[in-house]
Design a protein around this ligand. Structure first.
Ligand code: ADP
Ligand code: MG
Length: 231
């Protein structure tokens, strides 16, 4: 069997006396979706930050496709095929929506070779997330739902192997959530490996192959969505 796309061993991060993430070991195989739920402050965003290199672990390791990337910088880890969204969206405000996404396509493992190719790829991704109509707009003028679509489009433009989503469905209306879920399913069908952090239980249960429940930085339970619902 090939190495899991994501593997963490005994991963942990302390902030002073607080263990924000504590002794977390995960193996996520290619083409699967792992859902991560837990109350506010459980350590979900910290877990993503540890995987992407936005935070350095105080213990444990992170491997992508079997290669140890522990402690490496975010851009190095991005080149290994990892893309993420931020819970608080982070667009380049002085660039258009299309330009924001085109920048994403110039990083990552399979980079666009020209500005023209980057723009074309940006439009393909914008169409996929339902934001092509706003390609010329500036991020400041977008609705909450569209700002989240942009955040997702920037990550997808990197053509990642591993995609980490931090509450991309927060604040969306039910119809918009259904569309976002359909997109996650279609990315999974295309072979992408996805870690989804979400508060909307129903949403996470319907797209995840396995679910990790975190509490106070630790794994509380883990299992198939049906088992977690029963628990
Ligand atoms: P979640 O995403 O599950 O809501 P977080 O990962 O954001 O939780 O936070 C986990 C815990 O770590 C919280 O108690 C939070 O206050 C703390 N924390 C997160 N980031 C920092 C930081 N940069 N400095 C200090 N404490 C932090
Ligand atoms: Mg969070």
């Amino acid at each position: 069997m090939s190495a899991p796309v994501l593997e963490t061993r005994g991963l942990g991060r302390r902030f002073g006396g607080l263990a924000a993430v504590d002794d977390l070991s995960l193996r996520v195989q290619q083409g699967t979706v792992i859902g991560v739920i837990g109350p506010n402050g459980a350590g979900k965003s910290t877990l993503i930050n540890l995987i992407t290199g936005h935070l350095k672990p105080t213990r444990g390791t992170v491997a992508i496709d079997g290669r140890d990337v522990t402690g490496q910088r975010p851009w190095t880890i991005a080149k290994a095929g990892v893309a993420r969204t931020f819970q608080i969206v982070k667009p380049f405000r002085e660039l258009t929506v299309r330009e924001n996404v085109a920048i994403g396509s110039m990083f990552g493992p399979e980079r666009a070779r020209s500005v023209r190719e980057a723009r074309e790829l940006a439009d393909t991704v914008l169409e996929r997330v339902g934001l092509l109509d706003e390609a010329e707009a500036y991020p400041g003028g977008l609705s909450v739902a569209d700002a989240r679509r942009l955040e997702l489009a920037k990550a997808l433009a990197m053509r990642p192997r591993l995609l980490l989503l931090d509450e991309v469905m927060a604040g969306l209306r039910p119809g918009e959530i259904d569309r976002a879920l359909e997109l996650v399913r279609s990315l999974r069908r295309g072979g992408m490996t996805i870690l989804v952090v979400e508060h909307v239980m129903k949403a996470i249960m319907s797209v995840s192959d396995s679910v990790l429940v975190m509490q106070e930085g630790r794994e509380l339970v883990r299992g198939a969505p049906e088992e977690i619902v029963r628990d």
